[in-house]
Write a protein that binds this ligand. Structure first.
Ligand code: HPA
Length: 234
């Protein structure tokens, strides 16, 4: 047990999928894993461990935003020995060519700040995905024919953004989409020598203001879970 995770030491797998929403962790575990067992419910941040094609996997909610993700990722890596962490979540598109339901695989994650800002001080560290996971996820999306974009994303500190000028600069510089967790996950993976990736479903569009209809969310989310699982075990 750690401060925020109630699982016993051997109840967390080396491969962990991390959706922001704990109920998505429950849905994904019950839909895609064999014999899922609830291993954490501290603060309602549900985590489940089961198997996928014979491989042990944990699906643990991260909560929203980098400070929350940082707590869970730190404890998973440092206390439970997680070696592969894949964020699965939604994002807002920042390019016209990126459409609702498309998948974004985040090669890099820019930010204004992260919980690790205090370490880096004047250094503008460039958080990047693990290449082997990224490559495997791209192959998985190709095999399925899912429309996919690979490139930089933006990990924001706020959902209710007050800097339209900054969003314009990011669109101008090719940033594909915005979410709120990946940059810190990539930084922690670099710090502890483990693998990380973020596979995201486009749920809304900052330029066209479209949004994924709620009845489509489950199917789009399911594609992303399977891509993450295939990437983890390829
Ligand atoms: N901003 C931040 N995070 C998000 C968004 C957004 O527009 N959409 C999905 N996650």
């Amino acid at each position: 047990m750690t401060v925020h995770i109630g699982a016993k030491p051997d109840q967390i797998a080396e491969t962990v999928l991390m959706p922001g929403d704990p109920y998505r962790a429950k849905w994904a575990a019950e839909t895609f894993l064999q014999d899922p067992v609830l291993v954490n419910e501290v603060r309602g941040m549900l985590g489940f461990t089961g198997t996928w094609r014979g491989n042990r996997v944990t699906i643990q909610g991260s909560g929203m935003g980098m400070p929350s993700l940082s707590i869970y990722a730190n404890e998973l890596i440092r206390d439970y020995g997680a070696k592969t962490l894949i964020r699965i979540g939604s994002c807002g598109a920042m390019q016209e060519r990126v459409k609702i339901r498309d998948i974004i695989i985040a090669m890099t994650a820019s930010s204004m700040s992260t919980p690790s800002r205090g370490i880096f001080r004047e250094l503008q560290f460039a958080p990047c995905a693990d290449w082997s996971l990224l490559n495997a996820a791209v192959q998985a999306t190709k095999a399925r024919g899912t429309p996919t974009h690979v490139g930089g994303i933006y990990s924001a500190d706020v959902f209710y953004d007050e800097r339209p000028d900054l969003n314009e600069q990011m669109t101008r510089h090719g940033i594909l989409g915005v979410e709120m967790e990946a940059a810190e996950l990539y930084i922690l993976a670099a710090r502890y020598g483990v693998r990380a990736l973020a596979v995201l479903t486009v749920s809304d569009h900052l330029l066209t203001h479209e949004a994924l209809p709620s009845e489509d969310r489950e199917k789009s989310f399911g594609d992303m879970v399977e891509i993450a699982l295939e990437a983890a075990f390829s």
